[in-house]
Ligand binder design. Sequence first.
Ligand code: F6P
Length: 326
Amino acid sequence: MSPKKLNTIAVMTSGGDAPGMNPCIRSVVRTGVANGLQVYGVEGGYEGLMHGHFHPIGARDVGGILQRGGTILQTARSDEFRTSSGQRRAIREMNSAGIDALVVIGGDGSLNGAMVLSQQGIPVVGIPASIDNDIFGTDMCIGVDTALNTIVDSIDKIRDTASSHSRAFLVETMGRASGYLAVLAGIISGAEMVLIPEVQNDVREVGLAIEEAYRRGKTHCIIVVAEGATPTAAELGKTIDELDLGFTTRVTILGHIQRGGKPSAYDRLLASRFGRKAVDFLLNGQYNVMTALDGREIVGVPLEEVVSKPKSLPMEYYDMARVLAQ
Ligand code: F6P
């Protein structure tokens, strides 16, 4: 059976923004237009979908956005869309605008929303975008590479001041419940220790690592702490500062700078590939999947699988971070 003919698709960004969302929007729009589709941009994620905030978006409207962080379509986290009345309202708005299918660019909550719509008969393709890299089924999400570059750049700077003052720094990275960003940042910035939510952390071990770095004659000690780790960087900072470990301690919470900035070359390419593939999937009738990076290939993974399975951290990276930190 040949796939249902689509005339109009919409694209939206949802949840936390991630660098690379703009190149992805551009790719969806231009691939859609090249295939004769009318493309609508939804403003403000699921909030915009429920309130009919759509506008036609053409190839020229997405000029000059490839290098911009954030999302030109705006984004939001919507509580109302989690309710069945919110979902009914979104579907009604889409139907009355004549939108046949939807591309959702976002993280786990957004992809869950996409799956809910797909269960109610809307052809949907999801695209994983989250600096956390915590989405099942894809090796990489849009935004991770840029965030890692920002973190590494920040830690390089922190090390300069840490070395000048002979200090230990606890640097908190984002990642929600995933230690991915922290572990990767630890490896590529040469941190002395990494603390992640996936592993039980011991304050005494942290103290010993700092003391050991001091005894060995290091001029600094950098400990990367994932935001979901226990104890948190702030809690550790208080405890450790009261101990006599050689170094004095400071805490830096990197926060939302990790979500901003120009998307890296890698993120621009990944976003462009995902966007193009998402439209190809829709045109070929391959609905209700997420575009996913599997090695070097972009494949489709069913949304139901994406939202029902946890993505686990490759523990060999954690082990590598420990070995290389000696
Ligand atoms: O999911 C991306 C992320 O930046 C997480 O790493 C972090 O926990 C969360 O979003 C912060 O959300 P908000 O911007 O709503 O404070």
